[in-house]
Design a protein around this ligand. Structure first.
Ligand code: PAF
Length: 289
């Protein structure tokens, strides 16, 4: 596995691979890799000649007061895991490499970036799309891999790719969960034992709602209510949002009509909660991103 820190160097390498006709798979990450990330890497290995992983804790997707400084970093463990999976290139840019002094260009996918997580974190997706577009320009991947836990992120990145005619295919893979149901996330490391126990209400509530939908429940408001009821049991939990939205537009089904029904082929049921100081997200999807 080749470790590259400089943009100019990886660009040269990628040019060489392209010239030789090799397909390139890319997994952008912020490190502290878990099985969710590694499943993306494994898929990229299967589908491409060359797999590139980046680790960059992107400051522009954190608002002031969020956990940029505290975000877990475990580079040695990440490097070992990626080497074992046979990753070809690990790109590790420094902050100045991505955002040199005087940097002032941002890309924003307007509408779907302002709902769900975008309401609580209004500058978050602008930071994500900016860094992802930069990384796409540097790595020039044929395929890029994202997890469906960050479903809104995947929808927004797909829209950016479509709107800006980017030459990359976005592949999304299922949420990977711990044995107790908690969706894997680098932020799970923040949770105390009690908080982790309380956090399980999130996956439990969503799973329950998914089962009801499987049994024929269609009213968006009722689906939300099932998740809410489960989350309200836990004392340590504060609900940020529970929404049932179209997977393509991210517009809520029940905005303006409390009896509205979901589209069983195109629905994202997503929730975000605070457990103590930790913000967690989870979802279930009917359809394809
Ligand atoms: O999903 C993440 O880890 C990040 O948002 C990403 C896509 C690597 C951009 O910083």
């Amino acid at each position: 596995m080749k470790l590259i820190k400089a943009t100019a160097e990886i660009k040269k390498d990628m040019k060489k691979h392209r010239f030789r006709g090799r397909s390139i798979g890319f997994v952008p990450t912020m490190g502290t890799l878990h099985q969710g990330h590694l499943s993306l890497v494994e898929q990229s290995k299967k589908e491409n000649n060359i797999t590139v992983v980046s680790i960059f804790v992107n400051p522009t997707q954190f608002a002031p007061g969020e956990d940029f400084a505290a975000y877990p970093r475990d580079f040695e463990t990440d490097k070992k895991a990626l080497r074992e999976l046979g990753v070809d290139i690990l790109f590790l840019p420094g902050g100045r490499e991505i955002y040199p002094d005087g940097y002032s260009t941002y890309v924003e996918v307007e509408k779907p970036g302002q709902v769900l997580c975008g309401r609580t974190r209004p500058t978050h997706f602008r930071g994500v799309t900016t860094v992802v577009l930069k990384l796409f320009n540097i790595v020039t991947p044929d395929n890029a891999y994202f997890g469906r836990k960050d479903a809104q992120q995947a929808v927004i990145i797909k829209k950016m790719v479509k709107d800006l005619d980017l030459d990359v295919t976005i592949r999304t893979l299922p949420i990977v969960r711990a044995a107790d149901g908690l969706a894997l996330s680098s932020r799970n490391t923040y949770l105390s034992r009690d908080e982790r126990e309380a956090a399980l209400a999130l996956s439990r509530g969503l799973r329950k709602a998914e089962q009801f939908v499987g049994d024929g429940l269609r009213k968006a408001a009722d689906i939300k209510q099932i998740v809410k009821k489960e989350l309200e049991i836990g004392e340590l939990i504060k609900i940020d949002y529970i929404e049932v939205v179209s997977l393509t537009t991210l517009e809520p089904f029940d905005a303006g009509n409390k009896d509205a029904e979901i589209d069983v082929n195109n629905t994202l049921t997503a929730a975000a909660i605070w457990v103590g100081k930790t913000r967690l997200i989870d979802n279930f999807i009917l359809g394809d991103i």
